[in-house]
Design a protein around this ligand. Structure first.
Ligand code: ATP
Length: 233
């Protein structure tokens, strides 16, 4: 049984339909990369799965239960965590405080302050630094670490590398590969196609709110991705 099953999902911003009947499934332990051009609906899809945006039609089934109508905080309780675009840390709190606050909202499990710091070792010397004073990569590490502190069964990460320096991208992905090795199921949005393909088991490309391509990441060609990305053909 899939951990996540989305069927016929439609999500709107006012009159604009951002997600147009998306169906997809994610198995336990999988890493799925969501790709697609700006405005393709990737963020809206992730946010709708997390309960941060309402579904207009369709269903979100998690671990066999229909959670389409559940508010976001109840989905956290079931094991869904979202790392939002732009990171949204508590700017005035320290790294440690950002992590511990999240830990109180979550479920018990393997992710605690010490295990998160083992995976995101760049944060160890920064525990008492205010989030506002971190670099982009450090903020992204804190944001992913904060989501992990809730012990998600499904971790949704919007725009892993957007706006980060190449070195910061390497560092964040090194930590992310430790998270994946722990067996956590991840769906991530990534603009960098090479990164998306190398980190994921499967890739899903959205085009104007619909799935244009779904493939094992190792089997897909650049031409197939380009076609799906731009809607050629
Ligand atoms: P990006 O990479 O630019 O974030 P995306 O693939 O994540 O793109 P979304 O952010 O989900 O796409 O946007 C899908 C569509 O919905 C776009 O046309 C966008 O302009 C529109 N949209 C997104 N958020 C809002 C909002 N808060 N209000 C109105 N329209 C929105």
């Amino acid at each position: 049984m899939s951990l996540l099953r989305v069927a016929g999902l439609v999500a709107r911003h006012g009159l604009l339909t951002a997600v147009r009947g998306v169906s997809l499934a994610v198995d336990e332990g999988e890493c799925v990369a969501l790709i697609g051009a700006n405005g393709a609906g990737k963020s809206t899809l992730l946010r709708t799965i997390a309960g941060a945006h309402p579904a207009a039609e369709g269903t979100v089934v998690f671990d066999g239960a229909d959670i389409t109508a559940l508010p976001a905080h109840r989905r956290v309780g079931r094991g869904i965590a979202l790392v939002p675009e732009g990171r949204r840390l508590f700017a005035g709190l320290t790294v440690e405080e950002n992590l511990l606050v999240a830990g109180r909202r979550g479920r018990p499990g393997q992710w605690r302050l010490d295990t998160v710091l083992d995976a995101f070792d760049l944060l160890k010397p920064l525990l008492h630094r205010r989030a506002a004073d971190l670099s982009g990569g450090e903020q992204q590490a804190t944001s992913i670490g904060r989501a992990l502190m809730t012990n998600p069964r499904l971790l949704l990460i919007d725009e892993v590398s957007l706006g980060l320096s190449p070195i910061a991208v390497d560092t964040v992905y090194a930590s992310l590969s430790r998270v994946l090795a722990s067996g956590t199921t991840v769906v991530l949005v990534e603009q960098d196609l090479g990164r998306a393909l190398s980190v994921s088991d499967r890739v899903i490309c959205l085009l104007e709110g619909a799935v244009a391509l779904e493939s094992a990441s190792g089997a897909v060609t650049r031409d197939q991705v380009t076609e799906a990305y731009f809607g050629l053909r």
